[in-house]
Design a binder for this molecule. Structure first.
Ligand SMILES: [Zn+2]
Length: 445
C-alpha cells in the first residue's frame, strides 16, 4: 500500500505477527518449529532495514541484532520475546491468532495472544529501529536487539545470548525487558499513572521435604508414619512464614508515590523508610500479592507417598516452591525451612537461584529511561519496584548493573489480567505510544 501511514503500517505488522502461532510448550516435541521459522521469515519481510544489521541466531531461534553506534560507549540492549503461551483456555471472544483490529478511536484494539506479551513490545522496538534506520539515525553507542524464542518456558535463549556477549568481553549500560507497566490505582490513595520499573526480581528455589519411616501393610499402621510426620512439617511451615521485610526498592516506590497521595496515606508513604517494619507487617497481612512483595514465600506444590492404596509410605515427600525475597539467598531460605520443620525431616535443595542484584537508580542508563518516560508519558512518575515473577532479564545482570524490567504500555487492570489468560488485546493508542517511547529512548542512548 503506497499511501499507508507509518502508524497503519505498524498496526498491520503487529497483526501479521500475532497470526503466526509461535506457542511455547514445556514439552519441546510439541512445539511447532515451522511456525517459529515462518515468524522469523516474516520479521525479515516486515523489517528489511533491521535485517541488514549483523545478526546472530542463538540457541536454535533467539535473535541478537547489533546496531552499530557512532562511539565506543557502553552498548545498550532492547529485549523482547517472540514466543507466546498457549491460548487453549475456553472463553476467548476473539480468534486468539486472528490479529483482529476492532473498534474506533480510543477503544480501537488489536486482539490476540501476544498482543501485549510480548509481540507488542517486540514490534515497538522493531518499528522504532526500522524508522530510525530509514532516517539515517545512528545511536551514540551500539544497541543490541535481543529477541528470545523460549522465554515462556524458561528456555535457554536469553542465557545463551548473555553468554555470547560475555564471551566477546561486552559490558552493557542500559538493558530493558518486559516487566512493570504504566498503571493507575495500584497503590491505595495515589492519583495518576505510575511507571513501574522493575529493578530486580525474586529468586527461586525448589526444596524437597522428605520423611522416611518403616513401611508395611496399611491394615496395621503404627503412629507417626512418614505421611503424618510430613503433614506436620507442612503445617509448621505454614504457621511460621518467613520474616516480612520491606525491600529498598519498595521503600523508594512508596516515597516516589507519596507526592501523589494526600492525607494520612501521603504521610505514611513519605515516612516509608522510618516505618519500614510496621509497613512490612501490615503488607504481609493485606493479601497474597502484598505479602509476596515483603517476604520469601513458600508454597507446597506436589506431594508424594506410597505407590499403593494399601501400602504404608516408606518415603513421603513434598515439593516446596520458594520465591526468595531481595536481600535473602537460596542458602538462607533453605536454612530457615530446616529450622522450621525441625528434626525427622530431610530437607533437600533441588534447584535454586538467588535474587539477582538490584539495578542502579542513577547514572546515564537510568536517566535515559526516566527521561524517555517523562517525555512520552508526561503525566507519569517513574517508580522502582521488585518483580514477583522471574524474567529473562535476570541473566543480563551478569553483564550490566542497569537492567530494567519495564513495558512502556499504559495498561488497565483488565488488560493486565488478560496476560496468560483469555482475550489478550492492546489498545492501538497504547501500542503507538510504545513505539514513540522506544524511538525517543534510542535517541537518548
Ligand atoms: Zn512475556
Amino acid at each position: 500500500m503506497a499511501n499507508q501511514s507509518p502508524e497503519d503500517a505498524a498496526i498491520e505488522h503487529l497483526r501479521a505477527l500475532i497470526r503466526i502461532p509461535t506457542v511455547s510448550r514445556a514439552d519441546e516435541s510439541q512445539v511447532d518449529a515451522a511456525a517459529f521459522a515462518e515468524f522469523r521469515a516474516e520479521l525479515a519481510r516486515l523489517y528489511p532495514r533491521v535485517h541488514t544489521l549483523e545478526l546472530a541466531v542463538v540457541a536454535g531461534g533467539s535473535l541478537l541484532f547489533r546496531w552499530p553506534g557512532r562511539g565506543l560507549g557502553d552498548p545498550s540492549v532492547l529485549m523482547a520475546h517472540y514466543d507466546v503461551v498457549p491460548a487453549d483456555e475456553p472463553g476467548w471472544t476473539h480468534d486468539a491468532f486472528g490479529g483482529e483490529l476492532l473498534g474506533a478511536g480510543a477503544e480501537q484494539r488489536i486482539w490476540g495472544r501476544g498482543a501485549i506479551d510480548d509481540k507488542g513490545m517486540l514490534c515497538c522496538i522493531l518499528e522504532a529501529v526500522e524508522t530510525a534506520l530509514a532516517e539515517g539515525v545512528a545511536p551514540a553507542s551500539d544497541i543490541y536487539l535481543s529477541f528470545g524464542h523460549n522465554e515462556e518456558t524458561q528456555g535457554a535463549g536469553a542465557e545463551a545470548i548473555v553468554a555470547l556477549l560475555a564471551s566477546r568481553g561486552i559490558r552493557c549500560g542500559l538493558v530493558i525487558d518486559e516487566g512493570g507497566a504504566i498503571v493507575e490505582g495500584l497503590l491505595p490513595g495515589v492519583e495518576g499513572p505510575i511507571a513501574m520499573i522493575g529493578l530486580s526480581e525474586k529468586g527461586i528455589a525448589g526444596v524437597e521435604l522428605i520423611a522416611e519411616k518403616q513401611g508395611g501393610h496399611a491394615a496395621t499402621p503404627a503412629p507417626n508414619g512418614a505421611t503424618a510426620v510430613l503433614a506436620r512439617a507442612i503445617l509448621r511451615l505454614e504457621a511460621h512464614p518467613s520474616r516480612a521485610v520491606l525491600p529498598e526498592p519498595s521503600i523508594a516506590m512508596l516515597e516516589a508515590a507519596s507526592g501523589r497521595a494526600s492525607g494520612a496515606r501521603g504521610w505514611l508513604y513519605r515516612h516509608a523508610r522510618a516505618l519500614r517494619w510496621p509497613l512490612a507487617r501490615v503488607l504481609a497481612r493485606s493479601g497474597p500479592e502484598q505479602a509476596a512483595v515483603v517476604r520469601t514465600t513458600r508454597a507446597v506444590t506436589r506431594l508424594s507417598g506410597s505407590a499403593g492404596d494399601n501400602v504404608l509410605a516408606e518415603r513421603a515427600a513434598a515439593m516446596v516452591n520458594v520465591r526468595i525475597a531481595t536481600g535473602s539467598t537460596v542458602e538462607r531460605a533453605v536454612a530457615d525451612i530446616r529450622a522450621v520443620v525441625g528434626d525427622g525431616i530431610r530437607v533437600r535443595l533441588v534447584y535454586g537461584s538467588d535474587p539477582p542484584p538490584v539495578s542502579r537508580r542513577e547514572g546515564p542508563a537510568w536517566d535515559a529511561l526516566t527521561r524517555a518516560i517523562a517525555e512520552v508519558f508526561p503525566r507519569t512518575i517513574p517508580s522502582p519496584y521488585i518483580m514477583i515473577q522471574a524474567s529473562d532479564a535476570r541473566h543480563f545482570t551478569r553483564i550490566s548493573d542497569s537492567v530494567y524490567r519495564f513495558l512502556p504500555f499504559d495498561l488497565t487492570l483488565e488488560e493486565r489480567e488478560s496476560l496468560h489468560a483469555i482475550d489478550e488485546s492492546i489498545r492501538v493508542s497504547t501500542y503507538l505510544d510504545g513505539i514513540r517511547f522506544f524511538r525517543r529512548l534510542v535517541e537518548l542512548l
